[in-house]
Design a protein around this ligand. Structure first.
Ligand SMILES: NC(=O)c1ccc[n+]([C@@H]2O[C@H](COP(=O)([O-])OP(=O)(O)OC[C@H]3O[C@@H](n4cnc5c(N)ncnc54)[C@H](OP(=O)(O)O)[C@@H]3O)[C@@H](O)[C@H]2O)c1
Length: 393
């Protein structure tokens, strides 16, 4: 197939932008980065000043540039940049999970309207090629579930708490100092970052575009040594797992929660900043993808793969969305959880239907039992404010 010569306008020269630049330079990939648009003019850069601009229209209005690569850290601006590029007939590659997850329907419409591809492999699990696999290999109705560890920072924190016995806040501080967590880690530790990726994965696994607000999520920000010890005594580990599965031919359910995993589970062995994704099919059984879920070079590889795919005319066809077999997402789903809490009113937020274990210790209690995800979703704000910690069993 004839490859289109690429002239790239790059937005963002931070962790991923510089990683991509290194990879293009060292791989000999045949593409030219014509201009780089950044936000601040006064930052020291590795390249001469003439490589940069602060004016987005130097890229958007340059008719010689046929591909825009969007690697900024501002989801709202990213949407304006991406839509501006598509309106002008430019192909687009982005790593912006928040931007993609919150605008999937509009972005899909623009791809059809302007006849240009938008690829975003790096937006979900960075270096792991999950989107294109869901789109092409799993192009059938036989996918029972997709789940996994989609966030490297939280996995690093959980792994270090397990191995060192240190408390959450000490490990979080160390993760921030070592660059494994953002200076504002809220999106990661609350599970919101995993949920944005889950929305994108759901779109390609099932053809449904859920809004992040439709999905229940809870994170690891309230975990303590008690919870880690409880898991260890039972031979388990705690991992923050994002999950989507079919519960009927036309219905799926999805959530992000910490989960107890056994040593027979592939996710048990995913440590530190790594990610892991398990796709379970009706006949193919379980398939496991493992790799780096963050980092400039790892993420840059996924971006380069999309750039290369653009040059051959590849685009997502959203075939499952067109077929429309999956019609709705539900929270009406029973699940068993472990809950550590202090006050009875906190426990009541969960509406336990059945209790299988109860323990009262000094300064905390825990209970295990069955709850409906719908109740958790309805009470999500109060649950978030309560300071309890829950784990799916
Ligand atoms: N880091 C990862 O491991 C990773 C993994 C997967 C996906 N992602 C996604 O990749 C994207 C980039 O992440 P990052 O870690 O590379 O971010 P980063 O290190 O914070 O860099 C952000 C870059 O965007 C530039 N920028 C911000 N607003 C801009 C605007 N309005 N116009 C032009 N440039 C603008 C900044 O300019 P200045 O340099 O002037 O400040 C900076 O160069 C994000 O969407 C992130 O979610 C990151």
């Amino acid at each position: 197939m004839q490859r289109e010569r690429l002239r790239i306008g790059l937005f963002g020269y931070g962790c991923v932008g510089q990683g991509l630049h290194d990879i293009i330079n060292s791989s000999g990939f045949d593409a030219e980065i014509v201009k780089i648009c950044v936000k601040h003019g006064d930052k020291p850069r590795r390249l001469p000043a003439r490589a940069f601009t602060l004016n987005r229209y130097d890229i958007l209005d340059d008719s010689e540039i046929n591909l825009v690569v969007e690697l900024t850290n501002d989801a709202r601006e990213a949407f304006n940049i991406v839509s501006g590029a598509m309106e002008r007939g430019k192909m687009v590659v982005t790593a912006g999970k928040a931007m993609v997850a919150n605008n999937l329907a509009a972005l899909t419409d623009m791809q059809s309207r302007y006849g240009v591809p938008l690829l975003y492999e790096a937006s979900a699990c960075a270096s792991i090629p999950v989107i294109r696999n869901l789109e092409e290999y799993y192009d059938n109705e036989l996918l029972n579930s997709v789940e996994g560890i989609f966030n490297g920072s939280t996995n690093y924190i959980l792994s270090k708490m397990e191995s060192s016995g240190a408390g959450y806040h000490d490990v979080l501080r160390e993760a921030m100092d070592n660059g494994f967590a953002e200076s504002d880690p809220t999106l990661d530790v609350t599970g919101l970052d995993s949920k944005q990726k889950l929305c994108i994965i759901t779109a390609h696994a099932y053809g449904l575009f859920p809004r992040p607000d439709d999905i229940f999520h809870t994170g690891i920000e309230n975990i303590t040594e008690h919870d880690i010890r409880y898991a260890r005594e039972k031979g388990l580990r705690i991992r923050l797992v994002a999950h989507v599965s079919k519960c009927a031919a036309d219905t799926i359910t999805a959530f992000v929660m910490p989960r107890f995993v056994q040593s027979s589970d592939k996710l048990y062995h995913v440590k530190d900043e790594y990610n892991g994704v398990i796709a379970e099919g009706a006949f193919a059984d379980r398939q496991f993808f493992y790799g780096k879920g963050a980092g400039g070079h790892a993420t840059g590889c996924a971006v380069l793969s999309d750039i290369s795919a653009c040059s051959y005319g590849y685009r997502y066809e959203y075939k499952k969305r067109a077929r429309g077999r999956v019609k709705k997402i539900t929270n009406d789903h029973l699940t068993e959880i472990y809950l550590r809490y202090n006050l009875e009113e906190e426990r009541r937020l969960f509406g336990f239907k059945e209790i299988t274990e109860y323990f009262c210790g000094t300064g905390f209690r825990y209970v295990k039992g069955v709850v409906n995800l719908q109740t958790l979703y309805q009470n999500r704000e109060a649950i978030r404010e309560s300071g309890v910690f829950m784990v799916k069993i």
